[in-house]
Design a protein around this ligand. Sequence first.
Ligand SMILES: [Zn+2]
Length: 112
Amino acid sequence: MKLSQHQQVFVQQTAQLILRANSLGVNLTFGEAYRTLEQQSIYFRDGKSRTMDSYHMKRLAVDFNFFIKGELLYRHPLISLLGNYWESMDPINNWGGHFNHFYDGGHFERSV
Ligand SMILES: [Zn+2]
């Protein structure tokens, strides 16, 4: 599959994720999706990212903010449910809430 095809599948699955979130009463706002090399360098320098090989730079990652009953949250059982849902959609999907060395509950990626 070409990168552009992976990117298109990623967007389709992100749409499904958004609908699932809304059906669970979790409302979303966007954080970052595409990230430039320049922006990634800044995050890496400042310790906000631990890689210079982010899927955001490949248009294969998106960050969301979660609102549950009006409150902005990044850890909640419903958010974990969404992470599991994301990973169930495709074996190459990863949720940042399952990262080994840090929790990034807003992050959803397709690891090509
Ligand atoms: Zn991210």
